[in-house]
Design a binder for this molecule. Structure first.
Ligand code: BGP
Length: 476
């Protein structure tokens, strides 16, 4: 007998801008993702000035899910998916972001997509904002550094909730909202917040302000969503990389506590509806006078999330430094290599035990149902001479993580809604913009230069995952 719920939501996860393609079809506007270059060979991705330069933008075609979605969902159904996590491209619904009326063609696309899922009994699990805000909102308003964004986002959320209220039950507001905690990296904050930092600006303060507006927008969306359909389950989406102390030295332990605060305070606000004391003290210490009104605070309390969606790929490790007595953790310089775990080709530390740890951390702190909405192994797949792919490394990674997840349910009593491995079909990488970092059970014939037939084929992991779902996780 499986320890997992009978209605456990096995499935897979993707995001609109990483697979749909059709970047200018059906009245779609230009999103932030549409103007980001490829970051091959460790070169960071860049936001251009919006001048579009052909093949520098692999997501423009993606894997053309926009026209292949029926074929792809049929393959997901064959694996036995109970749910499918994707996002709604904001720019399909509001091409510029600030229009008063939505784009009917965009709305229709998702109607058809969700109907196609439901035809097979696959429940759509929907992220509203997954790294793809309208580019116009960046150039015209400065992205989330501007309070006006709250209205634009909430309007978008309301239109989606109203239109799909009978087709979608599980929602998430902002993908990996806490990735911007690393404000020194241009990529992460930009995609989450649409902020292009100017030289000499206090990035940290801007990040906290932008995050506050996002959290208010999220809370307002949750509140409105529950009014539109009380059965909605609306969650947050947190990028969870637990941050261990490098040693049992008390100072290292404190550094880890502080690092967890810095990276996961977003969850405190989403779940509890108010700012944690440690962050208020931090703002005071730093002299950050943020625009946080009494009305905002009330809204935060009224829009607490129903569950915690999170991604888990790896764990981090940190250590204390003698010149940092207040443990002011900065993600861009305070991470160290964990000597006990191996890493992927992209340096992501592989740590299945960390998933169990993370689940316990969330559940002890919040007692809300959890949903693992991303987990997976990005690798360069090699084709055999007959075109097949033996991705045993992917199976090994997923198997170890599913085992850890099951232990957390079985032995630690954690309430887990589902598991949707990332990139269930090959797609464009968010971190690099490339095709070669693949996660899928389904291979898509397209290379880094954008060449290929887009033909879909099953990898070895396809049948493996099918059997995992069929046995509700018993046969791994
Ligand atoms: C998460 C994002 C996804 C996805 C995944 C893998 O951070 O939510 O969009 O891309 O990571 O990352 P990458 O594509 O860089 O391998």
């Amino acid at each position: 007998m499986s320890s997992l719920r009978k209605d456990f939501l096995w499935g897979g996860a993707v995001a609109a801008h990483q697979l749909e393609g059709g970047w200018n079809k059906g009245g779609k506007g230009v999103s932030v993702a549409d103007v980001m270059t490829v970051g091959a060979n460790g070169v960071p991705r860049e936001i251009t000035n919006g001048v579009l330069q052909g093949k520098n933008y692999p997501n423009h075609e993606g894997i053309d899910f926009y026209t292949h979605y029926k074929e792809d969902i049929k393959l997901f159904a064959e694996m036995g998916f109970k749910c499918f996590r994707t996002s709604i491209a904001w720019t399909r619904i509001f091409p510029q972001g600030d229009e008063s009326e939505p784009n009917e063609l965009g709305l229709k696309f998702y109607d058809e997509l969700f109907d196609e899922c439901l035809k097979y009994g696959i429940e759509p699990v929907i992220t509203l904002s997954h790294f793809e805000m309208p580019y116009h909102l960046v150039t015209e308003y400065g992205g989330w550094r501007n309070r006006k964004m709250i209205d634009f986002f909430v309007r978008f959320a309301e239109v989606c909730f109203t239109r799909y209220k009978d087709k979608v039950k599980y929602w998430m507001t902002f993908n990996e909202i806490n990735n911007q905690a690393n404000y020194n990296e241009d990529f992460a904050p930009f995609t989450n917040s649409g902020i292009a930092y100017q030289p000499g600006e206090n990035r940290e303060k801007i990040m906290y302000q932008a995050a506050h507006y996002e959290l208010v927008a999220s809370a307002l969306a949750v509140k409105i969503g529950h009014e539109i359909n009380p059965d909605f389950q609306i969650g947050c989406m947190i990028a969870m990389c637990p941050i261990y102390p490098l040693s049992c030295k008390p100072e290292d332990m404190m550094m880890s506590v502080s690092a967890m605060h810095k990276r996961y305070w977003f969850t405190d606000v989403h779940v509890r509806g108010y700012y944690p004391g440690y962050l208020e003290k931090y703002f005071q210490r730093k002299g950050f006078n943020l625009d946080i009104t009494v009305e905002d605070k009330l809204l935060l309390l009224e829009g607490c999330v129903d569950y915690i969606g999170f991604s888990y790929y790896m764990s981090f490790t940190t250590e204390s430094k003698s010149d940092n007595p207040q443990y002011d953790y900065d993600e861009s310089k305070d991470l160290v290599r964990n000597p006990y775990v191996k890493a992927s080709d992209w340096g992501w530390q592989i740590d299945p035990v960390g998933l169990r740890y993370a689940m316990n951390w969330f559940y002890d702190r919040y007692q809300l149902p959890l949903f693992i909405v991303e987990n997976g192994f990005g690798a360069i797949d090699q084709l055999n001479s007959d075109g097949t792919i033996d991705d045993d490394y992917r199976i090994d990674y997923l198997k170890a993580h599913i085992e850890a997840m099951k232990t957390a349910v079985e032995e630690d009593g954690i309430d887990l809604l589902g598991y949707t491995p990332w990139g269930c079909i090959d797609l464009v990488s968010a971190g690099t913009g490339e095709m070669k970092k693949r996660y899928g059970f389904i291979y898509v014939d397209k290379d880094n230069e954008g060449q290929g037939t887009l033909k879909r084929s099953k990898k070895k992991s396809f049948d493996w995952y099918k059997q995992v779902i069929a046995t509700n996780g018993e046969q791994l």
